[in-house]
Structure formats: structure tokens, C-alpha cells
Write a new protein. Structure first.
Length: 733
């Protein structure tokens, strides 16, 4: 649908995103409401809008804008309305009338090309005429920029983002060096930049293009968790998947980049491996700092640790196993310690003993985890305050850095990090920078779970290096051993089939195909919703696409559990429709987002910070104010502007990767079939261990068997292990 007309009024506009609610008087004189991302337009502008009609439950019929083109007004009435809007400096309604009376429909052309004629009017001197001319030309340049960006293939939201970064000359800057977009603009990759470059005349085998392609290949590898790539794999990937040119050309440019120090090459496990400098620094410097922590341990005052353990055992009516006891002893004797083990092996018990021992000795400690949900869980199980690592390091959003660092370190005798398998190399490096010499570092986690989403294989590399004391817990305690979840998780981790006979907390319902499994998931979730227990159940999937993937399950469950209704407001953001009553999840840390929380049902506490993995329910959507209110499961309420909705996803179903660090009362796993890369033992083990009370699998025993047998997880390339070994052996970095 195309609508041409004049902007009557601007009801709402976000300067950050360009999201605008406007009234347009069309060619028939009818006023219509249009909503969407548009360039900087003003009242009186002539526009051509392309979009689709939609019916809002409160505000009625609206045109959802997909494209907006500014037109130069041609009639005297349109020119008068345009100039009377006040957006051109030096022109108010009175002067607008004088100009149109004097120059008619040609007024705008005279302002643009012959501003000296404006001085013929009373009250307009040379200085004011220049001001009017420059203001109007600036407006035209902005219009030309938007058109130029659209011709390059950029959407209006992306145009506004790039314009804020590069300014009014962004089209020229991009044409001069399209590849800078890869580094400067999130969500723009090599293919987008390369398309612009090729159209601008860059040769496919130009050195400039090949350099950008090689760096992009390493960046793409980092997004998959790798800190480096073997030279041969890098060359193959860059040549075949990124640049589509001969491997020999890529190899020659790579040699040049290595010689100039633009990239770094190192032998890792006998294989020549290539790093981006930042990744090489993060891993090598982390190895240096961790080694120094190991060497700088401070001797504590004489403590009868064994006596303290016996006292705590009597108090808590618990007898520690040998490895548990060793972990508690080494927590106060070693500078760095890793405690790893699966569910039911006593990690939480060890933490409680360590914390009480530290408190008895009046030693300061900090307890932290990578995500808000993981921090809350460890806080609940230990009874002590726990924070996210970002909070511990005092993340400064405006500077995109941490306040806690070498110059202002964490003031604590011991720092304890839980869910260490989730920590990537960048966060680990920042943590180590904030630890003073002599501070003890205790890392707790399950090395057999999925690695971090970000680059690096930190926990596994530390364990495999053999340079740090590691307590590996492998004994399942009697009480935990009665749990079907714990028993089956360990069976899977050992490469054995879980017990699929119906157990109280581990249930398997055969579903021969994806259609049956999907209906079973919907029915199960409906039953829980009917009983008022929706928040107790979480559907997990190993994959995003596929009928049983996250996207389709979210769409199906949203329709089943929260269908559209006249009383429900909703808002479409990209491909996602958010609706009042939907379950949603925060997918990135936002340390500035304000929240309020009811305390004992009355008084309110306030704070800032909503974290990756936090799950809640949409309570209200206000399209007039472009805001959405979410009530999180811990009773915090936060308001989101529509420009922030990229931070939220529907959460009726979440991926197994996204579930890391979280626990749910009941986990539902639809498992029929899927890509071998994702349907593996590691994924199944991690999914099972996310359940606190029960696991329900809907699928086929054959799929489960294939997952258990598939231990060929995609190799993650990293070098922290190598750097740690070299530090121990005294090899210079």
C-alpha cells in the first residue's frame, strides 16, 4: 500500500531509533495514522509511505511503515505548511507567509539556489538569509543520505544507527571503505560489506578485500567460541566460504598480515595456529595472571582446618567424603583451586563449608556467577549474597569497561566463582585483572557441561593444563543417588543410556515423530497452565530451526497458551510478536535498566540491572508510549522502550545453550531428530542437569541413544591450556 500526503503532526518520535507515530493528511484530505521507523521528518513534510494496514485494539487502523520517501512540496499550500512547521532555522509562521506570498511555489528552490533574493523581504538580512539557506540545505542533505543508504540496501533502522555513528557523510564513507562496517556496526557482517564493495568497484582479488575477509573469518570463528584457528582451516574457510577466490592468493595475503603483525601465528599442539591480536592477548595474559596468582599465595594464620571441618560436620550432621574434605582444606592453602563435578556430587556442600570456614577466620570473600539466574541460585543455596561477575567488577555501561581493574582491584581475601563453565576468555581476563596478588581464586563448575557462549574454553583448558589444583568430584551421594535426574545425568555423561522406565522425577513418553511430539508438548504445557503451574515448566530444545526448534515451539506455544484477544495489546518487533501475557527472556546484560520490586507486598525497593537469562512475563504493552512492562520471576518489574526489544525473546521454549546457569523445576525435552552437530551427549547432559525436580522427555528412544553415542562435539580451538603449560615450564611468551 502506498500513501502520499503531508505530515499533519508528530505524535511520538524516538531520536535513538527513529520510531515515529505520525498523522498524515492524504491526497483525499483524510487523516491517517502511520507508525514505523522513518528518517527525521517534520510537520509539513510531503511524504510517500509504503506499508501495510493493521488494526490496533485501542488506536484503530494504522499504516505500518516499511519505507518512507520525502517529497519536495509543489503547491503553494504545501510549501506554506512545510515552512510553517518551524524546523528551518530563521523561519516562523509569519516569515513563511511572507516568503510564499512573494515567491509562490518556487520558494524552496529560491531558498536552495538563490538565497540572496530572500533579502528583498523586510526583516531578512544577509545573515538571516544565510541561516535559512544552510538550514534547508542540511535538511536536503539528510534526505539525500537516507535515499543513498536505501540504495545501498540498508533498512531505515540500520540507516539511523549508521548515521549516528558516521554522520551526514556516511554514504561517502561507506563507499570509500565498506569493510569498516564489519568492525564498527554490530550485526553487519562481511557479506553485506562485501556486496557494497563489489558494487563500488572493488576487485574480488584485491589485497584490501582479502585482508578484510581473513579478519572476518577469524571473527566469525570467535562468534562460534574459537579464540584461534589452525592455519589450514583458516585458509580453507576464508577462501571457500568468505572470499570465493584461490587459496594461494589468500595464503600470500595471510603471510603478509603475519609479517606486519596484523595477525599472530603460534604453534598449538604442534599445529600452526592463527590469532587475532586481541584473542592472543586475552589468552596469553590470562595465563600470566593466573600463574602469578598460583605463585603469590599468602600463608594464613595458623588454622586447625581439620578441626574446623569436624566441628562443621557435627553442626550440619554431614560427613564429608575424602575429596570434599580435600577441597575445603585446599581452599585456604592454595592460591587457585578448581572444583568440578556433575549433579549430586556435593559441590554446594563444599561451598557451604568453605564459606563458613572463611567467615570463622574473619576473611573477606566475594561470591559471584556469570549470570543473574546463576547468582541467585547460588545465593539461595548458600544463604550468602552472590552477584554477577559483571556486578562484582562494576561494569560501566557508558565506557563499556569495568571499574574494577589493576588500578582499583577487588577487596577480598578470596573470590569464589560458580558456574565457571559459562565464563568466556574476555570475562575471565577482566576478572583476573581485578584480583590483587595474594587473593585466592576458587572456581566451581561442571567441566562436562557446554562451554561458554563467548570465545574460549576457559574451565576445560585450565583443568586440562594440569597447572592448577583440581578436585574432580565423581562420587554420587546416597540422597542424590535416589534421584532419577542425577542418576541418568551421570549415565549419559558416561556414554550409557538413561533409564527410560517411568520414574517419579524422570519421565519418558514415546512420540514417533515431530508432529506427535509437538502436540504432546502443547498439551502438557496447557495442562500445567490449567493448574496454574506454567512458571514451573520450561521447554528446552537443542536447536533453533526445525518443527521442534526454539522458533517454531515458541510460536506454537504462544498460540496455544496466549492467543490474540481484543483485551490483549501486542507489538511486532522484527519477526516476533510480543503480546501481553507472554513469557520472555532477557538475552543480554543491561546494567542500566531500572527496576522496582515489591517487598512484603507493600514497600518498594529500586535498582538497576536486568541480566542475560532473566525470565519474566509481559504485563503491559503501551503502543502510544512505545513501552513494554515485564514482571520477572523474582518480582522485579522493568519498563522497556520499543527500541530495547532486541534484548528480549519469547521464552516458552529456550535453547539448551541459553539454559546454562539456570535451573527450572521441570524441564521438558522434545527429542525426535535433529542435526548431529547439536544432538550430542554434551547437549543432552546439560539439558537434563537444568532440572531441579523432574525431567519429561517427549520423543524416541532411538534419538536419545544417538545423542548418547554421539560424543563428537565440534572442536573448539583455544590456546589457554598451551599458554598455561608454557608458563609452568618457563617458556617465554
Amino acid at each position: 500500500m502506498i500513501v502520499s500526503g503531508t505530515v499533519n503532526s508528530i505524535r511520538y518520535r524516538s531520536d535513538e531509533s527513529g520510531w515515529t507515530v505520525l498523522s498524515v493528511r492524504d491526497q483525499n484530505g483524510d487523516a491517517i495514522t502511520a507508525v514505523g521507523v522513518v528518517p527525521h521528518i517534520n510537520e509539513g513534510d510531503s511524504v510517500e509511505l509504503t506499508g501495510t494496514w493493521s488494526e490496533h485494539p485501542i488506536y484503530g487502523e494504522q499504516l505500518r511503515i516499511s519505507a518512507c520517501t520525502l517529497k519536495t512540496p509543489t503547491s503553494m499550500e504545501a510549501v506554506l505548511a512545510y515552512l510553517s512547521s518551524g524546523f528551518i532555522k530563521g523561519i516562523g509562521k509569519s516569515i513563511a507567509r511572507q516568503l510564499v506570498d512573494a515567491f509562490g511555489a518556487e520558494t524552496l528552490e529560491i531558498i536552495r539556489s538563490s538565497p540572496e533574493k530572500l533579502t528583498e523581504l523586510n526583516g531578512i538580512g544577509p545573515k538571516k538569509a544565510k541561516q535559512i539557506h544552510e538550514s534547508y540545505v542540511e535538511k536536503l542533505e539528510l534526505q539525500d543520505m537516507v535515499i543513498g543508504m536505501q540504495q545501498l540496501g540498508f533498512t531505515l533502522p540500520m540507516t539511523m544507527k549508521i548515521y549516528k555513528l558516521y554522520g551526514k557523510d556516511c554514504v561517502q564513507k561507506i563507499k570509500l571503505n565498506p569493510y569498516m562496517l564489519i568492525d564498527d556496526v554490530e550485526s553487519i557482517g562481511f557479506k553485506t560489506a562485501d556486496k557494497i564493495a563489489i558494487e563500488a568497484g572493488y576487485e574480488r582479488d584485491s589485497t584490501f578485500r582479502i585482508r578484510s575477509g581473513i579478519k572476518y573469518a577469524l571473527s566469525a570463528a570467535a562468534s562460534e567460541g574459537n579464540t584461534c584457528l589452525p592455519r589450514d582451516i583458516l585458509l580453507m574457510f576464508a577462501s571457500n566460504n568468505v572470499l570465493n577466490i584461490e587459496l594461494e592468493l589468500v595464503s600470500a595475503v595471510l603471510d603478509s598480515m603475519l609479517f606486519e603483525g596484523e595477525l599472530i601465528e603460534k604453534s598449538v599442539e604442534g599445529v600452526q595456529t592463527v590469532f587475532l591480536p586481541v584473542m592472543h592477548h586475552l589468552e596469553s595474559d590470562s595465563a600470566l595472571m593466573l600463574s602469578r596468582l598460583l605463585e603469590s599465595v599468602k600463608m594464613l594464620p595458623l588454622i586447625d582446618v581439620e578441626g574446623e571441618i569436624e566441628r562443621m560436620e557435627k553442626k550440619n550432621r554431614i560427613s564429608l567424603a575424602a575429596k570434599q574434605r580435600e577441597a575445603v582444606v585446599r581452599s585456604v592453602s592454595d592460591g587457585v583451586l578448581v572444583v568440578t563435578g556433575g549433579p549430586g556430587t556435593g559441590k554446594t556442600t563444599i561451598l557451604r563449608f568453605i564459606i563458613e570456614l572463611l567467615e570463622r577466620q574473619k576473611l573477606e570473600f566475594e561470591l559471584a556467577a556469570p549470570t543473574g539466574r546463576a547468582a541467585k541460585r547460588i545465593s539461595d543455596t548458600t544463604g550468602r549474597e552472590a552477584r554477577t561477575i559483571h556486578r562484582l567488577l562494576e561494569y560501566n555501561a557508558s565506557a563499556e569497561s569495568f571499574n574494577k581493574n589493576r588500578d582499583d582491584p577487588i577487596e577480598a581475601d578470596t573470590v569464589i566463582i560458580d558456574e565457571m563453565s559459562m565464563v568466556d576468555i574476555s570475562l575471565f581476563h577482566s576478572l583476573l585483572k581485578a584480583l590483587e596478588s595474594g587473593t585466592r581464586l576458587i572456581m566451581v563448575g561442571d567441566v562436562d557441561q557446554l562451554p561458554s557462549v563467548g570465545p574460549g574454553n576457559v574451565l576445560k583448558d585450565i583443568v586440562d593444563s594440569g597447572t592448577v589444583p583440581v578436585i574432580r568430584l565423581d562420587e554420587i551421594f546416597r540422597q542424590a543417588g535416589r534421584s532419577g535426574i542425577v542418576t541418568n545425568a551421570h549415565l549419559v555423561n558416561e556414554g550409557r543410556m538413561p533409564e527410560l522406565s517411568m520414574q517419579e522425577d524422570f519421565m519418558f513418553y514415546p512420540c514417533p515423530n515431530a508432529s506427535v511430539a509437538l502436540e504432546s508438548v502443547k498439551n502438557l504445557c496447557s495442562d500445567y497452565a490449567y493448574l496454574g503451574k506454567s512458571s514451573e515448566l520450561q521447554v528446552l530444545s537443542p536447536m533453533k530451526s526445525n518443527p521442534l526448534g526454539v522458533y517454531n515451539l515458541n510460536a506454537a506455544l504462544q498460540q496455544e497458551l496466549n492467543p490474540p484477544g481484543e483485551e490483549k495489546h501486542e507489538y511486532r518487533y522484527g519477526e516476533t510478536v510480543f503480546r501481553e501475557g507472554d513469557r520472555v527472556m532477557q538475552i543480554k546484560n543491561n546494567y542500566d535498566l531500572e527496576w522496582v520490586k515489591l517487598v512484603h507486598g507493600r514497600a518498594r525497593s529500586k535498582g538497576t540491572g536486568v541480566f542475560n537469562g532473566d525470565i519474566g512475563t509481559i504485563m503491559e504493552i503501551d503502543t502510544e508510549l512505545s513501552s513494554m512492562t515485564v514482571l520477572f520471576d523474582d518480582e522485579r518489574t522493568a519498563d522497556y522502550n520499543f527500541t530495547q526489544l532486541e534484548e528480549l525473546e519469547l521464552a516458552y521454549c529456550i535453547s539448551v545453550h541459553k539454559s546454562q546457569g539456570s535451573e527450572f523445576p521441570t524441564v521438558v525435552l522434545p527429542l525426535v531428530s535433529g542435526p548431529r552437530m547439536l544432538f550430542n551427549r554434551n547437549i543432552l547432559y546439560t539439558a537434563i542437569t537444568r532440572a531441579r525436580h523432574s525431567v519429561i522427555i517427549l520423543g524416541t528412544a532411538e534419538c536419545i541413544r544417538l545423542m548418547v553415542e554421539n560424543c563428537n562435539i565440534r572442536k573448539r580451538y583455544s590456546a589457554l591450556c598451551r599458554f598455561l603449560i608454557e608458563r609452568k615450564e618457563g617458556i617465554a611468551q
